[in-house]
Write a protein that binds this ligand. Structure first.
Ligand SMILES: Cc1cc2nc3c(=O)[nH]c(=O)nc-3n(C[C@H](O)[C@H](O)[C@H](O)COP(=O)(O)OP(=O)(O)OC[C@H]3O[C@@H](n4cnc5c(N)ncnc54)[C@H](O)[C@@H]3O)c2cc1C
Length: 403
């Protein structure tokens, strides 16, 4: 047997793992993907994918398959601040809409795409440890359902194994830009709550909640409170979740005649970056960069990382570029792209009232359709917060409001 039967082993087969495996397999590499889960299966996520994530699915030839599952498109984002609502379009002509496919559907589609591209997918396989030889990661050790210990070797081992990544812990990947858990978010699925293609979010003091449509005529409704209230509210999460809606009476009326179809689930997550590469290993998706879910960036971030990481690995596996140079560029491109959104997301996740300056700006945005679209696109990850909240754009919006 060759020393490295695989070019790449990918641990985790959801939003980051399957696309990375698919893209490498499409380049002709021999790829093994492992996941302890079997598919289709659910995971904790409210699964809204903004237009940039949808554009990735289209580039990969997977969007038609998603649309064929009957998932409704979301073409309007509405931000209700109480005194006024900012309503805008989240995308541009090339990628105008969002979708919120159930993870049972999305992740299965991604796993099938990886396997369709030629990657070997092993479901129900737990990775117990990474294999280290001569100071570099050389593969993994793990076991399938029969419990038999298996060792697999590869030129690179990729952790796409989520927030609590075993690969990241095993290699002691450096963490930076860390922030604590800021928000507790809980969600459920409702029938009889039609959304007509709208994502709606309600911003109230120390509370925020939002609703959008998904498969099977259901609407996902998520709400949350600051992490500081975790201990006080944990005995009655459901009661606190249901109580929030009274803060927006028209929404309370609508949900009051709807029917809850699932239990309320959720969590709070820490915020951090991890160095996403080292000798023989790489990280993609939540394993390498995790942030609060209030801006729903995780899936499109995982898709973007998959493309950046697979392209960098192709450069190095094909011998065109050194591993450190190619992967260093992957890290810096990722970090530069996401840093303004990371700060914006962490700010929103505190659920603190917007400072007076921002309140004035939001009031000026309201009613100016171009600016409202711009605000919707910031939240969709289409426009960088650095551009939208930059002095030039703020002056333009303020001038339009003044006159
Ligand atoms: C409450 C909540 C709501 C969210 N809402 C949104 C949203 O609306 N939109 C959005 O874009 N993002 C959202 N996110 C974030 C999004 O879910 C994640 O960013 C996304 O799932 C990351 O994908 P991933 O592939 O990196 O990791 P994951 O989806 O966590 O997948 C990791 C996989 O690795 C496997 N794995 C882990 N360890 C091992 C092991 N040792 N052996 C074998 N397999 C292993 C797991 O079984 C799992 O299948 C939300 C997150 C939370 C917590």
């Amino acid at each position: 047997m060759a020393a490295n039967p695989y070019d790449a082993i990918v641990v985790g087969a959801r939003c980051a793992g399957s696309p990375t495996a698919m893209l490498l397999a499409r380049k002709g590499y021999k790829v093994l993907v492992l996941d302890r889960a079997t598919f289709p299966s659910d995971t904790i996520s409210t699964h809204l994918i903004h237009p940039p994530g949808i554009a990735a699915l289209r580039r990969w030839g997977l969007l038609e398959r998603l649309v064929a599952t009957g998932c409704p498109a979301v073409d309007t984002y509405a931000f209700d601040f109480g005194p006024f609502t900012i309503t805008g379009s989240p995308g541009h002509d090339d990628a105008p809409v969002a979708y919120a496919p159930r993870r049972t559907v999305l992740d299965k589609l991604l796993v099938d795409a990886a396997s369709g591209a030629g990657a070997e997918v092993r479901e129900g396989f737990i990775v117990d440890d990474v294999l280290v030889e001569d100071g570099r990661v050389a593969g993994i050790r793990g076991h399938g359902k029969d419990g038999k210990q298996v060792t697999e070797r590869a030129r690179v081992t990729i952790g796409a194994d989520g927030l609590r990544s075993l690969v990241a812990r095993a290699v002691k990947a450096e963490r930076y830009n860390e922030k604590p858990r800021l928000l507790c978010g809980y969600y459920s699925y409702w029938s009889g709550l039609p959304m007509h293609g709208r994502f709606e979010t309600y911003v109230r003091p120390d509370r925020g909640f939002a609703a959008w449509p998904t498969h099977d005529g259901l609407t996902l409704v998520i709400g949350g409170w600051p992490f500081a209230e975790f201990a006080a509210n944990k005995q009655d999460i459901e009661g606190n979740y249901l109580k929030m809606f009274a803060l927006a009476p028209p929404f309370a009326d609508r949900i009051g005649v709807a029917r809850r179809e699932a239990r309320v689930v959720g969590m709070a997550v820490p915020n951090f970056f991890r160095k996403p590469f080292g000798p023989g290993w790489a990280l993609v998706g939540d394993a390498g960069y995790n942030k609060d879910f209030i801006t729903a960036q995780g899936i499109q971030d995982a898709f973007r990382d998959s493309e950046l990481c697979a392209a960098a690995l192709d450069q190095t596996l094909s011998g065109c570029r050194s591993f450190d140079a190619a992967m260093g560029e992957y890290q810096s491109t990722r970090d530069e792209h996401v840093l303004p959104m990371y700060e914006f997301t962490c700010g929103l996740a505190t659920l603190a009232p917007p400072p007076p300056e921002l309140q004035r700006l939001l009031a000026a945005v309201h009613g100016n359709q171009g600016a409202m679209d711009g605000f919707a696109r910031v939240n969709a990850g289409v426009t960088s917060p650095a551009d939208f909240f930059g002095a030039e754009n703020v002056a333009r919006i303020s001038a339009a409001a003044a006159g």
